[in-house]
Unconditional design. Structure first.
Length: 562
């Protein structure tokens, strides 16, 4: 234990790790560190959950401990197996492993029920007949104490009988609740006789129709932690006011352990919403294509967009763990993504908006292999071969018939270098009947392949593909889902702030032939365009669909560096 404490103390630590180091030094919990990640399976995980995942699993790794995955499945009305499976997949994708420690709160329903009976027998819980609306009225306010329920002093025997009949299914939903008997005058509203159980005649994805009463989160969570011998129950800051209830419940019961709840600030972003209710609303109203839409802040959406697990883990490390709520600039996460992709993404060329170029002095029918590096900073990635032919495509944005001042790409009579290939000069412009430019006639300096001889320097370098050897693909250009920095602001509905240009689908894009072999989720830097990922669902063998992951410009890093 001393070696563990020493190594942990020497590493940079957040305030939670400092608490754990102190606990280890004092011999608490027998030198154990055991955390848990307890998602509710009522939606897909989003980027905010990544912070909790990294903190809980990362803390266990740092201190040589364990981390459980436990589903808080106490509300079957909003839960299903699709959410369960997506949560497991997202955690594994991020790089974490719960090993054999997969649990469900529903695993403990019998024990939770037995503990509830014990509270009733001890006179610390009672069955209440107030409706939800009436219970809210009796609860009081932040400035006024609550009032006791008319059922608060019901006899223990009668409470036990009613609770037994609640479980047996004798009563409709909402007829009764089981409440803790604590203090209706407490300044902490969470201690004003909170509900422990409610009646829900609802099929459960794990227990079927065995139960028609379900425990509340605050009651279930602390007991589940105790039964799993969790040492440090890490949760977000909104549960700070719930901690006295967490401790009260455990103090009343003969549970095997009493974990320590520690709160930290949740992760909030600009230009998005983090409410699962609102994210579900976007899905249900078909304002996005699904939970895994690449514009969504869900981990499945980010994965499909092309984010790397390493970039998200690095981002969570950069954000850190604090006690103060704040809003993080999404540019910080994009910066982490660019850094990782710049390191690991091979380069390739894709022409998004093709404009045909014919090289009048290049041999007809010739296919010349051009060898280019797969990565300019990593020789271990090797080379790629790009076919060069008389007919090429360049991007329409790389030619201007009437160029603005400072334009450094192709212009009438001007020269540019084709990336890794020859210098070409534009000699003629071909237009169609309505005056649109459809083709450029150019000449090629055959002495400039792969070199820049004295006197042949040109300012512009543009990307290209062969017109006859390239392949046609679909490319989806994604932007932020919202135009407003704070979609949740009070002015108007958050859905009114959706970005109408958050998705543009380009057909007829042309790529290097090798890109047709791209595997789903394989990432590339399309030179001069940005980072792209082969869509993990819509790509077919030999026919990939590419999603724009992120552009090349990192304005956030420039701002941070002054």
């Amino acid at each position: 234990m001393s070696d563990l404490s020493s190594s942990a103390s020497s590493a940079p630590a957040n305030f939670i790790h400092q608490i754990i180091v102190r606990d280890l030094e004092q011999g608490k919990n027998g030198g154990r560190v055991h955390t848990r990640f307890p998602p509710e399976p009522n939606g897909y995980l989003h980027i905010g959950h990544a912070k909790s995942i990294c903190l809980n699993f990362g803390t266990a790794q740092k201190f040589g401990g364990k981390c459980n995955l436990r589903f808080d499945d106490t509300n079957p009305e909003k839960e299903n197996l699709e959410y369960v499976e997506s949560i497991k997949a997202s955690i594994q994708w991020l790089g974490f492993d719960w090993e054999e420690r997969l649990f469900y709160a529903s695993d403990y329903f019998e024990q939770l029920h037995a503990y509830a009976v014990a509270l009733i027998e001890a006179g610390k819980a009672y069955v209440c007949s107030l409706s939800a609306e009436a219970a809210r009225a009796y609860r009081g306010t932040l400035t006024e104490p609550g009032r006791n329920s008319p059922d608060r002093e019901r006899a223990i025997a009668q409470n036990l009988d009613l609770f037994r009949r609640m479980r047996a299914g004798e009563f409709p939903d909402g007829t009764y609740t089981l409440r803790a008997k604590i203090d209706m005058a407490s300044p902490n509203l969470n201690l004003r006789d909170p509900v422990l159980y409610r009646i829900r005649h609802q099929h459960h994805h794990q227990t079927g129709d065995k139960w028609c009463i379900y425990p509340m989160y605050d009651y279930t969570h602390c007991i589940s932690d105790a039964l799993e011998n969790i040492t440090h129950s890490l949760c977000t800051l909104e549960f700070e006011d719930h901690r006295p209830l967490y401790d009260w419940i455990l103090d009343q019961l003969a549970v095997p352990s009493h974990p320590q709840q520690i709160e930290f600030a949740r992760l909030n972003f600009n230009y998005t919403v983090m409410s699962k209710r609102k994210l579900k609303q976007l899905v249900d109203e078909k304002l996005v294509s699904g939970w895994n839409d690449p514009r969504m802040p869900t981990l499945e959406g980010l994965r499909r967009r092309g984010y790397t697990p390493a970039s998200i883990r690095n981002f969570c490390d950069m954000v850190g763990v604090t006690k103060a709520n704040s809003v993080v600039d999404v540019g910080m996460m994009e910066h982490c993504l660019r850094e990782d992709l710049d390191r690991c993404a091979p380069r390739a060329m894709c022409v998004l908006r093709p404009l045909k170029v014919v090289l009048s002095n290049y041999p007809q029918g010739q296919v010349e292999p051009i060898s280019l590096a797969r990565h300019p900073k990593d020789d271990s990635m090797g080379q790629r071969t790009v076919p060069f032919t008389r007919e090429l495509y360049i991007d329409r944005s790389d030619f201007e018939a009437s160029p603005p001042a400072g334009y450094k790409r192709l212009v009438p009579g001007g020269e540019v270098r084709l990336r890794g290939a020859y210098v070409i000069r534009c000699d003629d412009i071909i237009k169609n009947a309505v005056g649109d430019i459809v083709e450029l006639r150019c000449s090629c300096d055959l002495a400039t392949l792969g070199a820049n001889p004295e006197g042949r320097k040109v300012k512009g370098v543009i990307h290209w593909v062969s017109a006859t050897q390239s392949r046609e693909v679909e490319v989806r250009l994604y932007d932020r889902l919202f135009t407003h920095e704070n979609p949740d602001s009070a002015e108007g509905d958050y859905r009114d702030k959706l970005n109408p240009d958050s998705l543009k689908v380009l057909h007829g894009c042309r790529v290097e032939p090798s890109l047709c072999e791209a595997q789903p989720e394989e990432r590339f830097q399309f030179e001069r365009e940005g980072y792209f990922c082969a869509d993990r669902f819509d790509s077919k063998p030999g026919v990939p669909v590419f999603n724009l992951t992120i552009g090349l410009r990192d304005t956030w890093a420039k701002i941070q560096n002054g």
